[in-house]
Design a binder for this molecule. Structure first.
Ligand code: HEC
Ligand code: HEC
Ligand code: HEC
Ligand code: HEC
Ligand code: HEC
Ligand code: HEC
Length: 464
């Protein structure tokens, strides 16, 4: 082996004793590079500070730059507010539009709210003045355009794709920089190698191939190489994990169903309780889909004869084996095969009763307002869910791990009001000696108790 291994192990510590300035600088620059690499890996959400990042994270659910969506296009919004003589109030609008409207000091706020009747913008009280400014500056820094394309969907899609391309674009910058960096290192080492060969005292010395030299180099600096590789591997893992956690496969999924069953007619107009049909939702893990017998409780009498939906009710009869003419069962049944809409992977454990009974959550927090759902059920997007009144606002795509985690971090449980037996017991347990430390921490942070603090972030709670 040609590695220059220390002849005796006792020599090793001398490395520490003879640290020269040069080595010190080298050491710090290596640490710096490690931090930079780590920063790239994790920056996307931990240090989300730039206007572009904030815009993409907080506003794009409803706003696009050049096209109206759920909310108006944001390009030159600042100008529109300045033109209306309320240039400064736009910040307050973004931070808390409902407070601004209530204060009555902004005409523009009330006008835009009436113009976009029906849609309400979130409040962003956690954003500072500078952060809001950075978002608006980013938006206005985009090249003008889009107007000509108008409001049509194609333009909207194109705009979205452009935004995505841009996002990926900034990632590529790092790859390019990395490649340049590596090229420089390689060429410098090439020159060095040539020099070494030329100036070599002993021409007989065997020439090392690049690979051998690299190995030798790695061995020589094994400590640094180790650290750098560890950091690289870690940041790749962190990035991968985060990306996986946000992969958005479910939002908007709306399979067709064998019978055009409208929730709006049943849970809405006729006010049938969700639990009448999804009867296990408060008792068990799954909410359950009603069997055809449940439909028959009512549809024996509601045949819809002569109405447009008669054909649909006939399908119920066919499934139940009911002969409406003879008013008797024929015993020839064929189950209705509903297509499952909300699907979590097998490795995830989700329990309805835990959320609906213990957590006290309303169905609409996760499924939207089903009493208005005229068509087949669809997995609502986060933006749609955020628009439902009374919902806790989230930012991660529905049904992803990020979504579960985000709500568990944000949702505040009411421990002490005595209305919920489940928490009464936890409360009592916390107040006892063993829980004192945890209890004090909850009291001290002034924020109440989140699901996460009760264990809602533990991998094993959600994963089999
Ligand atoms: C849940 C959807 C939603 C989100 C998220 C949202 N907005 Fe809005 N925004 C709206 C709607 C809807 C309006 C129109 C006014 C209304 O109905 O309240 C609006 C209006 C505005 C206006 C006024 C536009 C004009 O032409 O005067 C600005 C500025 C604005 N939003 C900025 C932002 C910024 C910045 C963010 C991100 C930090 C954001 N919005 C996030 C829905 C949203
Ligand atoms: C009259 C019976 C009935 C009532 C009342 C009812 N549902 Fe349903 N629900 C169904 C049937 C049948 C399906 C399956 C067909 C479908 O997915 O469109 C379903 C499907 C669903 C799904 C999608 C299931 C999946 O596959 O992921 C959700 C979510 C849901 N209902 C929520 C509700 C909520 C919330 C309410 C109360 C506001 C409610 N339902 C009231 C009968 C009912
Ligand atoms: C608690 C009573 C009740 C139950 C249970 C019930 N329905 Fe209905 N259903 C109604 C009523 C009431 C109407 C509306 C009749 C009308 O407006 O003429 C209706 C209407 C319908 C319609 C036509 C809606 C339209 O306007 O297009 C369909 C399809 C239907 N039901 C399917 C089902 C299926 C499938 C089930 C079982 C999963 C079911 N219903 C369970 C009461 C019920
Ligand atoms: C915390 C979010 C959340 C709340 C609140 C919630 N659900 Fe669900 N629901 C889900 C998830 C997640 C699934 C998918 C479950 C799976 O695939 O294992 C689901 C699936 C369903 C299904 C499909 C059948 C099943 O059990 O998988 C029905 C029906 C349903 N929910 C009805 C309801 C009703 C009715 C309520 C209110 C009483 C409700 N949900 C409240 C998240 C929620
Ligand atoms: C809208 C908010 C919300 C969303 C979204 C949500 N949860 Fe929850 N989760 C709660 C609340 C509230 C509780 C009840 C707290 C408790 O049990 O102490 C809870 C409890 C749990 C628990 C029991 C935790 C414990 O400490 O015993 C599990 C497991 C769980 N959720 C899994 C999930 C999974 C999986 C998802 C995503 C598919 C999800 N939750 C999405 C709010 C949410
Ligand atoms: C509150 C519930 C919850 C907790 C806590 C949780 N997960 Fe998940 N996890 C999920 C859900 C839901 C999915 C499925 C997401 C999907 O299908 O997009 C998932 C998916 C995954 C996946 C598959 C990749 C993916 O995103 O589909 C891995 C790996 C994973 N989780 C690891 C972990 C680890 C490690 C922890 C602990 C640090 C953890 N999870 C904690 C809910 C949770």
């Amino acid at each position: 082996m040609r590695f220059k291994q220390p002849k005796n192990k006792m020599n090793l510590p001398s490395i520490y004793m003879k640290i020269t300035n040069y080595q010190l600088i080298k050491y710090f620059s290596i640490v710096f590079i490690c931090l930079a690499i780590l920063g790239v890996g994790t920056s996307s959400s931990v240090f989300a500070q730039t206007g572009e990042e904030l815009f993409n994270q907080r506003c794009t659910q409803c706003h696009q730059i050049h096209v109206d969506g759920t909310g108006p296009k944001l390009y030159e919004a600042q100008k529109r507010w300045t033109d209306a003589g309320e240039g400064e109030l736009i910040i307050e609008w973004v931070q808390n539009n409902s407070a601004l409207r209530a204060s009555g000091k902004s005409k523009r706020a009330n006008k835009i709210f009436t113009d976009w009747k029906g849609s309400v913008m979130n409040t962003f009280t956690d954003l500072s003045k500078d952060q809001v400014k950075s978002i608006l500056t980013y938006v206005d820094s985009q090249k003008p355009g889009g107007d000509a394309k108008g409001k049509d969907g194609a333009a909207a899609v194109a705009d979205g794709e452009e935004a995505k391309d841009k996002e990926e674009g900034s990632g590529w910058l790092w790859y390019i920089l990395g490649t340049i960096f590596i090229t420089v290192i390689l060429s410098v080492s090439g020159v060095r190698r040539q020099l070494k060969i030329v100036t070599s005292e002993s021409p007989q010395q065997e020439r090392l191939t690049y690979f051998e030299e690299f190995r030798e180099w790695c061995w020589k600096y094994r400590k640094y190489v180790g650290i750098v590789s560890l950091v690289l591997v870690l940041s790749v893992l962190v990035t991968l994990f985060k990306t996986l956690g946000n992969i958005n496969v479910m939002e908007g999924y709306q399979p067709s169903q064998p019978i055009a069953f409208p929730h709006s007619v049943h849970a809405g107009i006729n006010g049938i309780d969700c639990k009448y049909c999804h009867s296990s939702v408060t008792k068990s893990k799954s909410a359950g889909i009603p069997s055809v017998n449940v439909c028959m409780n009512c549809h024996k009498h509601i045949s819809g004869a002569g109405k447009p939906y008669e054909a649909e009710v006939k399908k119920i009869y066919a499934a139940a084996g009911w002969d409406p003419g003879a008013k008797a069962y024929t015993n020839k049944t064929s189950p209705i095969v509903w297509n499952k809409v909300h699907v979590l992977p097998d490795h995830v454990y989700f329990n309805h009763s835990q959320h609906v009974v213990a957590g006290g959550l309303d169905c609409k927090q996760c499924h939207g307002d089903m009493t208005k759902m005229k068509e087949a059920v669809k997995v609502q997007s986060t933006a749609e869910l955020n628009e439902v009144e009374g919902n806790l606002k989230l930012s991660k795509p529905t049904l992803t791990m990020g979504w579960c985690i985000e709500c568990h971090g944000k949702y505040q449980i009411n421990l002490g009001d005595g209305k919920n037996k489940y928490y009464e017991e936890i409360h009592a347990r916390l107040k006892k000696e063993k829980g004192q430390k945890t209890y004090k921490r909850h009291l001290n942070d002034n924020k109440g108790v989140s699901v996460a603090e009760l264990g809602g972030w533990e991998c094993a709670k959600c994963h089999y």
